[in-house]
Design a protein around this ligand. Structure first.
Ligand SMILES: N#Cc1ccc(Nc2nc(N)cc(-n3ccc(CO)n3)n2)cc1
Length: 287
């Protein structure tokens, strides 16, 4: 179900950082179609050669994205396997990862923009929930910005990236480091990944988006993060009570009590229409 891309048709360009046991690069892919040479900008995800044992989970994550299509799901062009180099080739999204974008733009991002992005993420999660597909790694780093939107009113447009290598393969150290995105019930049973886990991660991602891309529990070591869950703690709530309520309901330690995606979308719609947005984004009142 994947297109196999020849190694010689790929060019690696600048590094964009790394994921869990992976490194990502900008690049280009050349292919000859109907006698013409086409060069496409791509994002190349390389599996660290020291973790080639994870190749199955690495490719399964990418194939999850290539078996279903949705406007807010990242396009995977295919994979390339050459000697010991396993590569996933995905579309290069214009404005990069949401966490970096928010940290760069700081306070200048309107609340209405943030809620619009959150709603798009809730919609693609709803699409996956209706197909009973669990993503397993919802976070601002995996939300990519295809269109920035601007003050003149064009809205932002996001694409959700693949979940990457699964938690059961990554090991406990990586799992603990992903607190508070990883749902608490997974800490002792990583294989019990369920739809409810994506709701918890959505809550954490909503917190990240509202707080300008700030990483929650940043700098805490795995043991401190584990203690955060053992004490049933919550992230510092935003000063907006209705938003704090939504984040708190998504991040309920009891998975069955977390809202459905439709419930999340309903509550986001009422936040979008609320006076708080008008007060915070004076320019929103003209929209
Ligand atoms: N300057 C600049 C610039 C950087 C990246 C893109 N595009 C892009 N496309 C993807 N498919 C994935 C990513 N990622 C970036 C970090 C991660 C890790 O989560 N992914 N970036 C476009 C411009």
């Amino acid at each position: 179900q994947f297109q196999m891309i020849k190694h010689e048709d790929l060019q690696l360009k600048e590094s964009l950082g790394q994921g869990s046991f992976t490194r990502i690069f900008k690049g280009s892919m050349t292919d000859i179609r109907d006698g013409e040479k086409h060069v496409t900008d791509v994002l190349l995800k390389l599996l660290d050669e020291s973790h080639n044992k994870c190749w199955e989970s690495f490719f399964n994550a990418a194939s999850l994205m290539s078996q279903i299509s949705h406007k807010h799901l990242l396009l995977v062009y295919g994979i390339s396997v050459h000697r010991y180099q396993n590569i996933v080739v995905q579309e290069l999204v214009k404005c990069g990862a949401l966490d970096l974008y928010l940290r760069k733009r700081g306070r200048s991002v309107p609340v209405s923009w943030k809620l619009d992005v959150a709603k798009q993420l809730a919609c693609v999660l709803n699409f996956l929930e209706e197909k009973n597909i669990v993503h397993g790694n919802i976070c601002a780093k995996n939300v990519l910005l295809a269109r920035e939107g601007d003050s003149s009113g064009t809205s932002p447009f996001i694409k959700l990236s693949d979940p990457g290598i699964g938690l059961t393969v990554l090991g406990r150290e990586v799992l603990l480091d992903r607190i508070p995105w990883v749902a608490p019930e997974l800490v002792e049973a990583p294989e019990s990944l369920e739809l409810g886990c994506d709701k918890w991660s959505f809550g954490t991602t909503l917190w990240e988006i509202y707080n300008g891309g700030k990483a929650p529990l940043q700098g805490q070591d795995p043991q401190q993060k584990l203690q955060f869950y053992k004490n049933l703690e919550q992230l510092p709530p935003p000063e907006w009570p209705e938003l704090a309520d939504l984040i708190g309901r998504c991040m309920d330690y009891e998975p069955a009590l977390r809202p459905s995606c439709r419930g999340i979308i309903r509550q986001l719609n009422s936040l979008i229409a609320s006076d708080y947005v008008l007060l915070c984004d004076p320019q929103a009142s003209t929209a």
